[in-house]
Design a protein around this ligand. Structure first.
Ligand code: FAD
Ligand code: NAP
Length: 508
């Protein structure tokens, strides 16, 4: 009956039906087979730090290709799913789920899944690949170091010896609470944007502090709750782009990963066709380009402002009063701290949409942080030049147009595996540094530096370039990009090893 219901449901929504078929085909073609229970997995053995979607996906790729791994997670079992296990039940994806397929076997049944659906996909993946017995919860990683035999140790040798490390600690740690003068004077309620479950905003005046994705999400929450009115206080401008997979994909395909001579085209189109009468909310022309900062993906926020349910105010917050916040509203183009109109913005509830603390990578050895090769200025942004056997997957980026939970998690994981298995495919430290220097040179004109902003198109070009440049990596191309055909490169590596050992013994 349930099957018939779902068939009927999918036939009634043809696009969703095609989406299901597409996901089914991707799963069949590209998912590595889960290892049988108690299978003997070979070395290299990988230590994975973090059980969010990146850590779980990376671990599934490792075991699916026959390599052993352990996941170390600082939180309890409830933390499986990482940041998605901690945010509001009303949180969900702003980008389309087709760009958030963090493993080929993921199956979304809607375009914009919510928090519970994301956590359940992570959990199912974790169970499907038998990762329960390989995950150590309540284990915060404080120290990662090599023993005298060059094996990685995670905190303590009792945790085992590893050949490679994947740090998958994310970018959103504990909630960041802004400290605003006079907080104790305020008679209303104050919450962080990730702590809204069970709160009621019905008929209340709400102020949201911050102008990022969490602010937009909080605005949707209070609008849904029927708040009397909401003021969003944003001290700087970010671009908002429509919740349209085609537009988002087109923007992410800018292969240069920075502003170009043609950037005015998408910027003008966005102002004219999307912002329209609210163009003054967008960053002023000639200042922050669309390819400099992570945009917010949302189509409702401007409609809420148009409908008079919310006001978007650009300006500086000074302090709390008993009934709200002292604020100076600035016009478009006036910098932070500049002149404007002073006012008190009344509030019953203040929501701090002021972001999250960035989790620290300080557990890595000091030589990973040597200037000028500190994160994100690493090889392919994730491999510290001093240690090619460490991959900081999804946790070094600052700003991007792309997606965190997508195909690249597998590509980075398989690159690490290829480097560990095949000494000839492994990049040497000076060449890794040369690639970083070259990328810096290509992106000399990027305002925030070469690695502070990137696009998905650029990331794919980085992968293609670094595989194509070294003939010893060609045999790995299918494996690295699609996770298939690892038998051939492994066979060639064995032959190469025999030849090199033969040459070595002759020379000796
Ligand atoms: C509300 C919200 C909505 C979002 N929506 C989108 C979206 O639409 N699209 C998008 O691309 N991105 C979105 N993001 C960004 C989101 O962070 C990523 O998409 C993704 O969930 C990151 O997964 P992760 O596994 O890399 O990191 P996390 O989910 O943050 O997981 C990291 C894990 O590592 C653990 N950890 C950290 N440090 C240590 C340590 N020292 N030792 C052991 N364990 C450690 C943490 O406890 C955590 O469980 C959103 C973020 C938020 C907060
Ligand atoms: N569904 C979604 O897609 C979704 C939802 C939520 C979060 N996310 C992701 O999660 C990450 C974090 O997003 P976020 O919106 O929580 O954080 P964020 O992008 O860091 O934005 C925080 C906002 O708060 C402002 N702010 C910080 N401290 C302030 C202070 N003391 N006074 C006034 N304003 C202050 C910042 O202003 P400045 O810019 O001037 O510092 C910024 O506008 C991002 O990667 C985002 O994409 C995604």
């Amino acid at each position: 009956m349930a099957l018939l219901d779902s068939i009927e449901h999918f036939l009634a929504t043809p696009i969703l039906f095609v989406y299901q078929i597409l996901q089914w085909a991707i799963d069949k073609l590209l998912s590595p087979a889960p290892p049988p229970p108690n299978a003997h997995l070979s070395r290299p053995k990988i230590a994975i730090i973090g059980a969010g979607l990146t850590g779980v996906s990376a671990a599934s790729h490792c075991v699916g290709h026959g390599f052993d791994c352990r996941i170390f997670e600082s939180g309890s079992r409830k933390a499986l799913g990482g940041i998605w296990s901690k945010v509001n039940n009303t949180s969900g994806l702003q980008i389309h789920s087709i760009m958030y397929r963090f493993h080929p076997s993921i199956k979304w049944n809607k375009g914009y899944p919510n928090r519970q659906q994301i956590v359940s996909q992570v959990t199912e993946l974790w169970e499907r690949y038998g990762l329960e017995s390989k995950t150590k919860f309540d284990t915060k990683v404080d120290k990662v170091y090599k023993d005298s035999d060059g094996r990685w140790i995670i905190n303590d040798p009792a945790n085992g010896y590893f050949d490679g490390v994947i740090a998958a600690i994310g970018t959103c740690g504990d909630p960041k609470m802004a400290h605003i003068h006079g907080e104790s004077n305020f008679k209303g309620e104050i919450y962080h944007s990730s702590q809204l479950d069970g709160k009621s905003a019905k008929g209340k005046k709400v102020v949201i502090i911050g102008g990022g994705a969490s602010a937009v999400e909080a605005l949707e929450f209070v609008a849904h709750e029927d708040a009397a009115h909401t003021d969003v206080l944003a001290r700087s401008e970010k671009w908002i782009i429509p919740r349209n997979p085609l537009v988002d994909a087109l923007l992410s395909l800018n292969i240069f990963g920075m502003e170009t001579l043609t950037s005015w085209i998408p910027e003008t189109l966005l102002r004219k066709l999307f912002y329209r009468d609210l163009a003054s909310i967008s960053p002023p022309p000639g200042t922050k380009g669309i390819f400099t900062d992570t945009p917010m993906v949302n189509s409702d926020v401007l409609d809420l402002v148009r409908a008079g349910k919310a006001t978007w105010l650009r300006g500086d917050i000074h302090s709390f009063t008993e009934t709200g916040l002292k604020f100076t509203q600035r016009s478009q183009g006036v910098p932070k701290g500049g002149p404007g109109r002073d006012m008190v913005v009344d509030a019953d509830i203040v929501i701090l949409a002021t972001g999250y603390q960035r989790p620290s990578l300080n557990f890595l050895p000091d030589d990973c942080f040597e200037d000028p090769y500190q994160p994100p200025n690493w090889y392919l942004q994730v491999f510290p030049p001093a240690h090619v056997d460490v991959c900081c997957n999804n946790c070094t980026y600052v700003n991007a147009i792309g997606t965190v939970g997508n195909y690249h998690i597998g590509i980075y994981t398989r690159l690490l595996l290829a480097y560990l298995v095949d000494p000839l495919a492994r990049p040497r430290e000076p060449l890794m540094k040369k690639w970083i220097d070259m990328t810096r040179w290509i992106k000399t004109k990027a305002p925030g530096g070469a690695f502070d902003f990137f696009t998905y198109g650029e990331l794919l070009y980085w992968f293609a370039f670094t595989v194509a440049i070294n003939p010893f990596r060609w045999k790995w191309a299918l494996f690295v990009f699609f996770g298939i055909g690892d038998a051939l490169p492994k066979h060639i590596v064995r032959r190469e090893d025999q030849i090199r050992n033969g040459l070595g013994s002759k020379a000796h």
